[in-house]
Design a protein. Structure first.
Length: 717
């Protein structure tokens, strides 16, 4: 079914067509909700409500109204009335840079925010944005420009643009919770409600008879009321004891951490979740549930409540207590429980670090006095800390208790980092032997701040050994892989590429030494194999920037890691299409291997245009063949691969209207395919200056075809 026919059926109220149309557009709307500031769960609910509203309003749409525009208009209106918690209670991104930038965007004024999001992440043109938001074109343009300036405060524009580019990709990797069946549930519930209201008159006689019985039973039960009252009073006292116990435990733990529990929402620091907030929320929900039970029935199951309470208290355990418990009860033979321990411990350490860093920022003038020659002088700090404000004194004690040390970072000041000492050894010796890389990851956080790249290589080896030994189906491993690739980015200094070279354009000695060390490891190390390729080419070019390095992206390291897990690292290549996560394929250009496949596929298909040759061929290859045909002015081959053209035009009509497009792939640095579902996805074109996406869909013949309308509106500068 072509796009035009599908849209017509949707407008006519065809439910199956509407469901198909939702499949193509749900993720972009749920992504919009997340970008706007909704939690992932809330975003799914809001998206369902948006489609529900659109479905109800289909009868009111004019024939010439564009469905996707109406969808966005409803979405913007709905989101404007969604209560958001700014900053959010929980983070949703693996990397702090993504989270901080996401929250900066969410600090914008409502109209500025939605206008910026539609322009930056949805590639909607200015005229459409004005229509969707109700602003004039001039005001929309001004809002976008002002928004960019606000989120770029004290940062280089080029850096922010690159960060926005990474954030856009991160948004596309978020898991979604939209349930299209829920869109139609409200009407079902209304029918069920009306059915329940149709009570036969005969029942009134029965109800009157039952009322008499109830009255008689009430008279009989009066003597036992005092017993029920006693049970209720006992339950109420139990609830009060539980509340008091929880508050005391929370108070003691905050004292041990050297922090104080936030009492007012406005006091929660920017982009930092409140420590213990989830446990506090779980406890409050539990209390509310049992108070409701008490009000309804006069009692509740104390044993069940006690089990729930103990579970919450267990989750409250602070890092130092977790280590003590682990040492007393080692998990060396239990990999599953070791994974659980690491996941919880790491999460708490990261959150605490953010709290401590944030608190130290308030006292930089004081703590900086202890910095001598770029390092924190502990003796000087200890000599002066009695003069510090009590809040800072308590925090310093808490940091020591939780194994944090102070370090001075150029451009940042004094911050708290996890210390590498006997605590890490205690954890390694008490968990499953395959998981030591997690401890190395936690310990290596300090190396990023302290700029110690040679040590980082050693820690990365421990991380990859754990990743290779894992089944890689658990959240802790996703977190570790993210940190592993993040450490690799730090090793290569991707975020500050200009800092890599000296005034003559040569790689600085410190980086050269670390890279050569990584390359020399050899064996079955993915890090070593990747660095060998980079170092060999850098050496051949006199240690100036080389293609292998400048075009390198972290998905290639992940590819090497997966091959190592399969004991097939020898087949690793820098070239060809690679997986980039579970729902994305990518190729970095220029790529001779990819270009060869494109040429061969084009040659075999263009001879007779036998579509069976393209069945289930990767969408990136289809895109490559499409542009290869364009470069050769082969409009007939392009027609077969053009989604709208193939569906809506005859070959003769297409050829008569055909105009050669730009030779896009000549300037593209990477080409990505992102899966939406089995039949739909997006192709992302990226070069040094910009990127944009266009849709691609699979027809009934299982051939992918590219949607070219958006391509014609973009320029590859």
């Amino acid at each position: 079914m072509g796009d035009i026919e599908l849209n017509q059926k949707v407008k006519s109220g065809d439910i199956e067509a509407f469901k198909q149309w939702m499949d193509s557009n749900a993720k972009r709307i749920e992504r919009l909700a997340v970008q706007y500031g909704c939690t992932q769960e809330l975003a799914g609910n809001v998206t369902e409500d948006i489609f529900r509203t659109l479905y109800k309003e289909l009868v009111n749409l004019d024939e010439d109204e564009i469905l996707i525009d109406s969808l966005y208009e409803i979405a913007v209106n709905k989101l404007a009335h969604v209560p958001l918690r700014i900053p959010p209670e929980t983070t949703i991104f693996r990397f702090e840079e993504d989270q901080v930038l996401h929250e900066r965007i969410n600090q914008l004024e409502e109209k500025d925010k939605i206008t910026f999001i539609l322009s930056q992440f949805h590639n909607i043109e200015l005229t459409k944005i004005a229509q969707i938001t109700g602003l004039t074109k001039e005001k929309a343009e001004y809002a976008i420009r002002e928004s960019f300036q606000q989120i770029s405060v004290q940062a280089d524009r080029a850096v922010v643009e690159k960060q926005l580019e990474f954030l856009a990709k991160t948004y596309k990797r978020i898991s979604y919770s939209f349930n299209k069946e829920a869109v139609f549930e409200s009407s079902k519930n209304e029918r069920q409600t009306s059915q329940r209201k149709e009570t036969p008159r005969k029942k009134w006689t029965v109800l009157a008879w039952i009322s008499g019985i109830v009255l008689l039973l009430t008279l009989i039960i009066v003597p036992v009321v005092t017993s029920e009252e006693y049970k209720q009073a006992s339950a109420e006292k139990y609830l009060e004891r539980i509340k008091s116990s929880f508050n005391e435990k929370m108070k003691r733990q905050y004292k041990e951490l050297g922090l104080s529990e936030t009492e007012k929402e406005s006091e929660v620091d920017f982009h930092i979740g409140e420590y213990g907030a989830q446990e506090r929320l779980d406890f409050d929900l539990m209390i509310s549930r049992y108070e409701r039970l008490l009000a309804e029935s006069g009692t509740f199951n104390k044993e069940k409540m006690d089990e729930e309470y103990k579970s919450i208290v267990k989750n409250m355990e602070i890092p130092s207590d977790m280590v003590n418990s682990l040492v007393r009860n080692p998990l060396t033979e239990d990999k599953k429980k070791s994974e659980t321990f690491i996941s919880e411990y790491w999460g708490k350490v990261e959150l605490l670090q953010q709290h401590y860093i944030n608190l130290l920022m308030h006292y930089q003038t004081l703590v900086n006095k202890a910095v001598v020659d770029g390092k924190v002088d502990i003796e000087k700090l200890n000599a002066e800390k009695d003069t510090y404000p009590k809040e800072l004194q308590e925090a310093l004690k808490g940091m020591a208790n939780q194994n944090f040390q102070l370090t001075a970072v150029s451009g940042w000041g004094v911050i708290a980092v996890y210390e590498k000492n006997e605590v890490g050894d205690q954890i390694r010796n008490s968990i499953h032997k395959d998981l030591g890389g997690f401890v190395s990851a936690i310990e290596s956080i300090r190396l990023i701040y302290e700029d110690k790249r040679e040590e980082m290589v050693e820690e990365m080896l421990a991380m990859e050994n754990t990743l290779i030994a894992s089944d890689h189906n658990n959240p802790p491993y996703d977190m570790l892989e993210g940190f592993y690739t993040g450490a690799f980015a730090s090793l290569l200094n991707w975020h500050q590429p200009d800092m890599l070279v000296d005034d003559d354009g040569n790689l600085k000695p410190a980086y050269r030494t670390a890279w050569k060390k990584a390359a020399a490891i050899g064996g079955k190390s993915p890090l070593s194999v990747v660095m060998q390729g980079i170092v060999n080419e850098m050496e051949a070019r006199g240690w100036t920037k080389a293609e292998t390095f400048t075009r390198f992206q972290d998905y290639k390291l992940r590819d090497a890691l997966q091959l190592a897990k399969a004991d097939d690292l020898k087949s690793f290549s820098f070239y060809g299409i690679k997986k980039n996560g579970t729902d994305s394929d990518i190729v970095t250009l220029p790529d001779p291997e990819f270009e060869k496949v494109i040429a061969e596929t084009y040659k075999s298909f263009s001879e007779n245009h036998d579509l069976s040759l393209l069945t289930d061929v990767n969408p990136l290859i289809i895109t490559g063949v499409f542009y290869y045909a364009n470069d050769l002015e082969d409009s007939e081959t392009m027609w077969y691969l053009d989604s709208a053209g193939y569906s809506n035009l005859t070959l003769e009509e297409y050829k008569s209207d055909w105009i050669q497009a730009e030779k896009a792939l000549a300037t593209v640095t990477s080409l990505s395919f992102m899966h939406e579902d089995e039949k739909n996805g997006f192709i992302e074109f990226q070069n040094e200056n910009n990127f944009f996406t266009t849709m691609i869909n699979k027809g009934e013949d299982n051939v992918w075809r590219i949607y070219t309308e958006e391509l014609n509106t973009h320029k590859f500068d």
